[in-house]
Design a protein. Structure first.
Length: 521
């Protein structure tokens, strides 16, 4: 039996309760569901005897086997997650106990260490038992898009909580009966949109918006009706050319703001969004890949609790991140309407929001959300002639009036960042300024290819904050972006070797800074 492009139809092992098993069995996906396993120990026994297919690549586990908040109680499940994920399986964990997540993560780290594996290399996917069947399967659909064929999205919605009644039935016949009931032919299933029901205990008012609301139905009006945080700042980092380093700039600027504000005794909360939905780089640079924006998208309501639950904490950088979906084919699922609501929600949750974008500056997600929602836009370029020429074209499109087919972005909120700057390469300050069409250069980041590449490959971007040349450069940009905020940037002491290896050009002149300011408000 085969699935996508003739590939084998993958086996699925479910080590979870009857309701989870029934939902997976009833999915209609092209996979082979094996007999439900009541425990991890039973799974290992049946794998060893051949009762379960050892070639199975999809494993669904539940934390319900542990009813304790002690880390040791999660150890069997954590060891299974680590072993299966390390072997290349797609692993999904259904959380019955949301408040035990941190304990579960600690158990994963301990299990990885015990098996001689880096915890950061373990990739697994989370789902909550409170999700409806359709939304639980959407988590699996996202992760398995390239290996499993799923039925069309128009499917009946049955809450997992409603399936608890199956626990009184025989474990096999109950699942089969549920599968038969739910796997009705597509023609017999109503095609009208599934109603978005509020979570249990939530007031209905949280989900009802005026007919002329600019937001999708799932947006939390309770959150969006709050005022923005005082002096909230939203910054977009963009470019017109791949390889300019805009994702590195986004990450290190976010981390610099978080660290410098904390050092000054006035810590600012910072959230970094990866808006490059087709080729996001933030996940790779921080070494964490789940959850993503899609995990928020499938929630019944996008309130603060659900948004925070699906952010990735980059602890060593001191920032929270909202990652782009893993699969480029899901980019349309999280489009401008979704991100507009999420960006405005985050503006009510974080002092600073930084958006890392794709180079497709004319696409709606960038033109209609990233640019319009930003207080400041940093345009990143290198000193390559192709990059500078591309910047000139992009800035012309961005700043031209709407009635002249431009985007109408005010020049006052754009600043140029010269990245990977090095002296004597045939590109002078006047050429960059001329290409900038009156947009000022607000920061210069020296070339440090080896150090940046090493930090990127080792997922140690935070180490660059201590870099003798890069650290001060990002400190200056942070101060330019947040005038009036207390930032204490600790500049490492540069040695002679450091200076010789990172020669720069195009420093913003002190006179120009006094005359024009950085962002001309």
């Amino acid at each position: 039996m085969s699935d996508i492009a003739g590939a084998p139809m993958h086996g699925v092992i479910v080590v979870a309760e009857e309701d989870v098993f029934a939902a997976v069995a009833a999915s209609g996906a092209r996979w082979r569901i094996q007999e439900r396993q009541p425990s991890v120990d039973e799974m290992w026994k049946n794998l060893s005897t051949g009762a379960l297919d050892k070639q199975s690549r999809i494993v669904v586990l539940s934390d319900a086997a542990s009813n304790s908040s002690e880390e040791a109680s999660f150890s069997p499940i954590a060891r299974a997650v680590v072993a299966m994920a390390n072997a290349g399986a797609y692993v999904f964990v259904v959380h019955r106990f949301e408040h035990h997540r941190s304990v579960f993560d600690a158990a994963i780290a301990a299990a990885a260490t015990a098996q001689g594996i880096s915890a950061d290399s373990i990739v697994f996917h989370r789902a909550n038992s409170s999700l409806s069947q359709a939304e639980l399967l959407d988590v699996m659909r996202e992760a398995l898009a390239d290996v499993v064929t799923f039925p069309p999205l128009q499917r009946q919605s049955i809450d997992l909580s409603d399936l608890h009644s199956l626990e009184s039935l025989d474990s096999t016949s109950g699942a089969v009966a549920a599968a038969e009931r739910l796997a009705a032919p597509a023609a017999s299933i109503p095609t009208q949109p599934r109603p978005q029901m509020p979570p249990v205990g939530a007031p209905m008012a949280e989900r009802v918006e005026p007919a002329n609301s600019p937001y999708p139905a799932q947006a939390s009006m309770e959150l969006l009706n709050r005022p923005k945080l005082p002096d909230q700042m939203t910054i977009t980092v963009t470019s017109s050319k791949g390889g300019s380093g805009k994702s590195t700039v986004s990450i290190l600027l976010a981390a610099t703001i978080a660290r410098a504000s904390a050092a000054a005794g006035r810590p600012l909360s910072v959230c970094l969004l990866d808006l490059d939905t087709r080729d996001g780089q933030v996940a790779s640079l921080i070494g964490k890949f789940m959850p993503t924006a899609l995990n928020i998208r499938v929630q019944p309501v996008w309130d603060e609790e659900r948004i925070r639950r699906n952010l990735v904490v980059a602890q060593e950088l001191g920032v929270d991140t909202l990652l782009a979906p893993i699969r480029p084919r899901t980019a349309d699922t999280v489009g401008p309407d979704f991100y507009r609501a999420i960006v405005r929600s985050l503006q009510r949750m974080y002092d600073v929001v930084i958006m890392d974008t794709s180079v497709q500056y004319l696409e709606p997600l960038i033109a209609e959300v990233a640019f319009k929602e930003a207080d400041e836009i940093l345009f990143v370029t290198t000193l390559a002639s192709t990059a500078v020429q591309g910047m000139a074209r992009a800035l012309r499109e961005m700043t031209a009036p709407v009635d002249e087919s431009g985007l109408g972005v005010p020049r006052e909120k754009i600043g140029i960042i010269v990245n990977q700057s090095v002296a004597n390469v045939g590109m002078e300050r006047d050429q960059v300024l001329a290409a900038g069409l009156g947009v000022p250069v607000v920061g210069v980041i020296p070339l440090a290819t080896r150090d940046v590449l090493t930090a990127s490959n080792l997922n140690k971007m935070h180490a660059l904050l201590e870099h003798p040349a890069l650290g001060p450069a990002y400190g200056d940009i942070a101060k330019a972006c947040l005038p009036g905020r207390q930032l204490e940037v600790i500049h490492p002491v540069a040695t002679a070797d450091d200076v010789s290896q990172t020669g720069t050009s195009l420093p913003p002149s002190e006179e120009e800074g006094r005359r024009r300011g950085l962002f001309r408000r």
